[in-house]
Design a protein around this ligand. Structure first.
Ligand SMILES: Nc1nc2c(ncn2[C@@H]2O[C@H](COP(=O)(O)OP(=O)(O)OP(=O)(O)O)[C@@H](O)[C@H]2O)c(=O)[nH]1
Length: 211
């Protein structure tokens, strides 16, 4: 059977519990928003295929638990990440302050070449805003990251954020794309197996995502 993608790209979402990582991912892959907060246990993932400049990129996005008690588990996933989406909640000053701690963990545990973006989520909650757009932008700049404000609720900048993170990974690997294609074949085989075993997101999502 013909391959449905050219490259597999692995992104990892990091940020405090409750900032909206799972909601962002669901919005991106399933176009859904569920206002309830069920904390992620450990890690979960979803996949979506993007067309970036004619390259079919199968993006595997790992959604990690923000809760401290899962950190030992989640850190094991940093090593294989190619892109990191740091997320804070614009209505939570503490989640913004903690980005420095998430970034320092990534420095310690992720590959040197990992690409990063910063996302301030819940931009629809203007009345509860505790972190200005300028603060977010400055922090991102200080870490050399691109910055977005998003809303999983309204869908604002959700696709843009994940797509940009994927583009950055592709750019970073452009020179050794042949090597990437080879090694990512293994990833896809493994991912397909895991997806089949897990039945997608907690068994609720269809196996083939809307890509
Ligand atoms: N208003 C608003 N609420 C949001 C948005 N994104 C998420 N939420 C709400 O924030 C809460 C937490 O969202 P989750 O996606 O479960 O948060 P999380 O970061 O995955 O949390 P952990 O799994 O514990 O790490 C939920 O009640 C969501 O409904 C958003 O863009 N706008």
């Amino acid at each position: 059977m013909a391959k449905q993608y050219d490259i597999l790209c692995r992104l990892l979402m990091l940020g405090d519990s409750g900032v909206g990582k799972t909601c962002m991912l669901r919005r991106f892959t399933d176009s859904e928003f569920d206002p309830s907060h069920i904390s992620t246990i450990g890690v979960d993932f979803k996949m979506k295929t993007l067309d970036i400049d004619g390259v079919r990129v199968r993006v595997q996005i790992w959604d990690t638990a923000g809760q401290e008690r899962y950190q030992t588990i989640t850190k094991q996933y940093y090593r294989r990440a190619q892109g990191i989406v740091f997320v804070y909640d614009i209505t939570s000053e503490s989640s913004f302050q903690h980005i420095a701690k998430w970034a320092s963990d990534v420095d310690e545990f992720a590959p040197d070449r990992v690409q990063r973006i910063l996302v301030g989520n819940k931009s629809d909650e203007e009345l509860g805003r505790q972190v200005t757009k300028e603060q977010g932008s400055k922090l991102a700049e200080s870490f050399g990251m691109e910055f977005f404000e998003s809303s999983a609720s309204t869908s604002s900048n959700i696709s843009e954020s994940f797509t940009r993170a994927t583009e950055l990974v592709l750019q970073a690997h452009k020179r050794d794309v042949d090597h990437l294609l080879g090694s990512l074949d293994d990833y896809l085989e493994q991912a397909a197996l895991e997806e089949e075993r897990a039945g997608g997101y907690g068994g609720a999502a269809p196996r083939a995502c809307a890509c």
